[in-house]
Design a protein. Structure first.
Length: 169
């Protein structure tokens, strides 16, 4: 299963790399909903930040058999990295390289560690490492669909679970 998860990640980034490269630096700078929204630069930067946070989760879950750690303040991370001022091609290259590394990490997770409990952001109910990895890839696809302006935007598992837990009175 770890190879399937690794292939899922690798296939996603390889498929999306040419699409991301087609976007110009100027287009990647535009905030579609004004100052209150992220530009494509900031949204892909968010995915770099997500990779950094999930890197620790993947490695600790694989090595320790459990992960307990914080969530992260995504807006603050995007701001402090200054993605809006970075060249688009640098952001795209960083995103791609970091995810290539994560695909290698995932391929090396021992099969018996995919069931490792992961407690993120103070939650008392854990998710399995396998779920965290799969959710990470769907989360990535969700944001790429959004920043490229696709009609269909992928819903990722933890987002779907949150919707299912929210009463719709």
């Amino acid at each position: 299963m770890e190879q399937e998860l690794s292939d899922f990640l690798r296939t996603t980034i390889e498929r999306e790399l040419p699409e991301l490269r087609r976007l110009s630096n100027e287009a990647a700078t535009i905030r579609p909903n004004g100052e209150s929204s992220w530009s494509p630069k900031e949204e892909l930067g968010h995915l770099i930040d997500s990779a950094a946070n999930n890197h620790m989760r993947f490695v600790r879950g694989a090595l320790d058999g459990v992960y307990r750690g914080p969530g992260y303040a995504q807006n603050d991370w995007v701001t402090i990295h200054g993605y809006q001022e970075m060249p688009w091609d640098e952001i795209v290259s960083t995103w791609f390289s970091y995810n290539q590394l994560l695909a290698r990490v995932v391929a090396n997770v021992p099969e018996n560690r995919l069931d490792a409990d992961c407690f993120i952001g103070g939650k008392e109910t854990p998710e399995t490492l396998a779920f965290i990895i799969e959710d990470y890839v769907f989360h990535m696809q969700h944001h790429i669909d959004h920043l490229l302006g696709r009609e269909l935007v992928t819903v990722y598992p933890s987002q779907a679970r949150a919707r299912a837990r929210t009463p719709t009175f």
